[in-house]
Design a protein around this ligand. Structure first.
Ligand code: AMP
Length: 621
């Protein structure tokens, strides 16, 4: 006997779910079904997707509905069209042996006329997305005055998607006597508020500990430099030849671009995002469900409600903006008792987000290493060798060709033949990974050039593309901060903070990047000042002559020619020469100094250089 019978589910339904492979209840079904079957409680279930919650509420609903009455008795609200279809199909499947059960799915992006017609025919269970449901209510095409049960599924997602008002309006049309069952993967304040506002003393059930991610999912992160992200991602995929994965990007554009690059590079991938028509989306999803697509590249919104079993990997190509969304993403794998891996490819600056996610999911990530080219090739090669070993040989078909094949290979050793077959499959692969770099970046690697404004290429002068890298002889030991630097530049040049690139604070000096067109303005702005009595020196940094070179040369030398005729004698005393060579000084009567600067302009100082040179290029701002 199927244990669902013991939970109080009638034979006709148990027979149907047994056919679906439900041999025993999942933990949430085991605990929720008896509570919900009583029909007398409001209910809050904190459960991840993939835990079997559709049946946890669907089976009790089918037990509680009065099939003789042909009006809406249950309303299930859920965030997306996909989930809406999934739930209605699941319930229809559970009910397939029951006569006269009417379930209607109501969702946006489809012809409303057909949905109105289905409703008119008579419906007992309505499964709906909030927007379309409200639309139908506004048309007075449905009457919820006798609804006994309302299910809010993936409540956190519905609120994330801005459905709060729609839900309020829809619930206002249902009677106060109804019971409300709320399911949510996470319990942010807003969801808690729904429970408080709409429910009376709800029974609360938590599957596992609160906010604990699915135990079947392992979480890994890889640290790479932004510019290596795509290459690293491909390596992860290549290292897992059997991958059947969903790859999450942050934007539609990124989703499309990654999918296109992958296809160009010979991968079996396609994009799923909101700019596609419903028809296009359905097509992509069908290919993915049929497994004729190996990698689905998706945005959070488009992927909501995707219920595909056996997803092996979820890859966070970009972390979600909302930390809570990570739970929904990773919940696409490790479903129905299977195991899965959720991977985040991050740069060193995003490590704090991983720590935040760990708090939300109550599980630790492990740090993984991007496999080397050698590892990938080895894995692929032995994958192939294994397949060759396992392949089923159709002797009948092959035998007729064997004599001729044997003649072709007559002069070759077994080893030679194997080498040739492997080369045939592998030459391109070996070529691609020949001399492949290590793509792992360390956690404290601050060399990530994408941190400001997505600039990935090195510019001509050693900065990011379009930027010039400048050296300044102030650093952390001077109590000199990034904020000081940015503030001074913005206040004294009028350029925006966006024109300043990466700031690399060192001990006694620092580097920072400025958009090429503003370089001279910035250099000029620093000329007449000191910082706590220290001459401020600023100059263009060459790619090869970075801080180390400068320090070894005493930090005193200017790269001649950079500023045109500004070279000063190496033997000069810095203080007396003002540190900026002859003819550079200018008087600045206006414009702010660093907040922490002494405020002393060089002109204020009693050194000979000031009076000697001040007149040459004096300028009043
Ligand atoms: P859900 O969380 O409702 O989306 O369910 C996740 C997956 O688990 C679906 O594919 C269900 O068909 C499957 N499932 C639900 N309950 C059971 C069960 N008791 N035994 C086996 N599979 C189940």
């Amino acid at each position: 006997m199927n244990p669902f019978n013991e939970l109080g589910i009638r034979h006709d339904i148990v027979n149907a779910i047994t056919e679906l492979g439900f041999e025993k209840p999942t933990p949430i079904q085991e605990s929720a079904i008896p509570v919900l079957l009583s029909g007398s409680n409001d209910f809050v279930g904190l459960a991840q997707t993939g835990t079997g919650k559709t049946a946890a509420f669907g089976l009790p609903l089918l037990e509680l509905i009065d099939y003789k009455k042909n009006f809406p008795q249950a309303l299930i609200l859920c965030p997306t069209r996909e989930l809406c279809l999934q739930i209605s199909n699941d319930i229809k499947n559970y009910a397939k042996n029951l006569p006269n059960v009417s379930v209607v799915a109501v969702y946006g992006g489809a012809n409303i006329v057909n949905q109105l017609r289905d409703i008119k025919r008579g419906v007992q269970i309505v499964v709906a997305t909030p927007g379309r449901m409200k639309d139908i209510l506004n048309r007075k095409a449905i009457d919820f005055s006798q609804v006994s049960y309302v299910v809010l599924d993936e409540a956190d997602e519905m609120l994330n998607m801005g459905f709060q008002e729609d839900i309020d309006e829809i619930l206002a049309t249902t009677p106060s006597t109804k019971k409300t069952w709320l399911f949510s993967a996470t319990m942010p304040r807003e969801v808690r508020a729904i429970a408080q506002n709409y429910m009376t003393d709800p029974k609360e059930l938590t599957m596992g500990t609160k906010n604990t991610g699915n135990v079947n999912i392992e979480h890994e992160y890889y640290i790479v430099k932004a510019r290596d992200k795509y290459a690293a991602f491909k390596r992860i995929v290549d290292y897992n030849p059997e991958i059947f994965g969903i790859v999450f990007c942050r934007t539609k554009i990124e989703t499309q671009e990654i999918a296109e690059s992958l296809v160009k590079d010979g991968y079996n991938a396609d994009a799923l995002h909101g700019d596609l028509s419903q028809q296009q989306r359905d097509k992509v999803m069908k290919r993915y469900r049929d497994r004729s697509l190996q990698l689905l590249i998706a945005t959070d919104v488009a992927a909501r409600g995707i219920d595909v079993n056996d997803v092996t990997h979820v890859i966070n190509y970009s972390l979600p903006d909302e930390i809570e969304n990570y739970t929904h993403r990773s919940g696409r794998t490790g479903r129905a008792g299977k195991t899965g891996i959720s991977i985040a490819i991050i740069n060193s600056k995003e490590l704090h987000k991983i720590r935040q996610i760990e708090k939300v999911i109550g599980k630790q990530f492990s740090k993984a290493e991007i496999p080397s080219g050698f590892d990938v090739v080895e894995k692929q090669l032995f994958g192939l060798v294994h397949k060759v070993n396992q392949v089923e040989v159709n002797d009948q078909q092959i035998d007729q060709y064997i004599p001729r094949i044997m003649v072709e290979f007559a002069d070759m050793s077994k080893e030679d033949i194997i080498k040739r077959f492997v080369s045939l499959e592998f030459n391109r692969f070996l070529e691609y990974y020949k001399g492949a770099r290590d793509l792992n970046a360390t956690a404290d690697d601050r060399g990530d050039r994408k941190e400001r404004g997505e600039r990935s290429e090195r510019g001509a002068r050693g900065g990011s593309a379009g930027f010039t890298r400048l050296f300044i002889n102030l650093g952390a030991v001077d109590d000199f901060t990034r904020g000081d630097l940015l503030g001074y530049i913005c206040n004294n040049t009028g350029i925006s903070g966006r024109s300043v690139g990466k700031i690399d604070m060192k001990g006694v000096f620092s580097f920072f990047e400025v958009e090429e067109e503003h370089v001279q303005k910035v250099i000029d702005a620093f000329k007449p000042i000191d910082f706590h009595g220290r001459d401020v020196r600023i100059e263009i940094s060459g790619e090869s002559s970075g801080g180390r070179d400068r320090r070894s040369s005493g930090g005193e030398r200017r790269s001649g020619g950079s500023f045109g005729g500004e070279r000063r004698n190496s033997g000069e005393d810095r203080r007396s020469s003002g540190g900026f060579g002859s003819g550079e000084r200018r008087d600045r009567n206006s414009g702010g100094g660093f907040r922490d600067f002494s405020g002393k302009r060089k002109e204020d100082r009693k050194d000979g250089a000031s009076s000697r040179e001040g007149g040459r290029r004096r300028r009043n701002n």
